[in-house]
Design a protein around this ligand. Sequence first.
Ligand code: NA7
Length: 546
Amino acid sequence: MAASREIPHGANGGTALDCDAIIIGAGMSGMYQLIRLRELGMHVRVFEAGTGVGGTWYWNRYPGARFDSESYSYGYSFSKELLEEWDWSEHFAGQPETLRYLNLVADKFDLRRDIQFRSRVTAATYQEETRSWNVTLENGDHFRTRFLITAIGPLSTPTLPRIEGIDTFAGKSFHTARWPHEPVDFADQRVAVIGTGATGVQTIQTIAGSVGRLTVFQRTPNWCAPLHNGKIDRETQRKIRAAYPEMFRRCQETFACFLHTPDPRGAFEVTDQEREAFYEKLYAERGFGIWQGNFRDILTDRKANATISDFVARKIRQRVTDQKVAEKLIPRNHGFGTRRLPLETFYYEVYNQNNVELVDITETPIERITPDGIKTGDREYPFDIIIYATGFDAITGSFDRIDLRGAGGVRLKDKWQPGPQTFLGVMVDGFPNMMMLMGPHTALGNIPRSIEYNVDWVSGLIRHARENNLTRVEATAAGVASWTDHVKALGGGLLSNEVDSWMTGINSNVEGKQVRIIARYSGSAPAYRARCDEVALRGYDELALA
Ligand code: NA7
């Protein structure tokens, strides 16, 4: 499709548009959105900052990056042919395999011809007179479009720690989400890892066997549970393939679109022995069952939560030889599962290795990074490599990095200063014709399942607009206020909302992100979809359409 083709503007006359829709980002949501909009016969352009498709799986190439949703429940479900064609090699596939899968999807659906790589969107401004968006790239190019769709991901803007001297380090340093495309040789290297979230845990357990020395700088320990990954043999793959329809149906029914869903019992509705046996069973099982398939009240009731926290603390003490180290690895300031649960493979055993040291930086804070390494309150550690597993400016961070201006020049960043406000997590009043995929206040969970729903809903709305010659679709202020209140109310009573983490909008490395907000929808995915379906079924009458 010729990039220069101009689309007649329609009812509101004047300037022609460069395309019908612009999608920002070629990760899983942007790729699928492109497929769906093409089906509507639209001329679509996708702008992607990276050099290839895949989003999260393109950027996060750090050692050990992998799923912790079951691979087969994570892949796209929309194409039977694709499901027939692709075999996952492990229950929880590693990043290289996932990236290969996403490249296959790009090839199969011939997506690249509409994707412009190395093209970071820096600004987008709504033009009322033409009911269109003017999108600006880093290189200064402009494009006009009717619809603007953000497919920028909730975890895509990495943040480095604010530590003095960080630029003076003479060795190699990497943020995990900006990992080089070439292999990094760890042999005989003295390596530091800062950060022990899901990413730090995967990195640490993967490199511990190949580095010279490894020093982990931990600020807050996280509760982790075993992943229990395994290879998928031919026979298992055959069974998985046969079970796809049933499995995706189950994902539609569970709370967070995982294969796991909460046990209907409360933690105290069983005997102590039964509870212990249940926890043992969950600890021995694959994946997120111990988090998402646990007693229904462990994430809302402190006493119930304490039972699983105590259980996992005992496991950590059993697995780590030096009990002083074990105690450091046991979280004290939050209960099990109230932050995103890292899944691990012999993570705790890493600390039994002679070449691995855990530094608790709440005891001995990092003072600065020097040309030679890291200086804490009591020592200077020399390093060849520093790995920053320090996370992301999550959920709203990637929106903040684009100068998004709606009607009347209002900046989204300013509007969201007190916290995001959305209608269904998809639209914002004052930002007509802009739709967000996996924006704040949408159901996250097993993300591709939510992506497929989100994209289909947005596509339905756009189809409705085109079929009815509507050139302006906007959330109402009342709709946004009501959805935002609903999302906040759902967050009440959840222990996770009483803890600092990316899920509550906290990032110690970003100015202004020190106050907790409700940035996530925490109701069930089926309830989320039911509400969105209702809006569509009623002809989108809760939106302002013109
Ligand atoms: P996370 O979960 O946000 O973890 C970041 C880690 O980095 C966490 O342990 C932080 O400690 C630590 N951190 C951040 N800044 C600093 C500074 N300045 N000094 C020391 N330590 C620091 O990010 P991940 O990449 O692991 O995972 C994000 C999500 O991506 C994950 O949940 C998956 O859904 C995929 P803190 O806890 O803030 O004390």
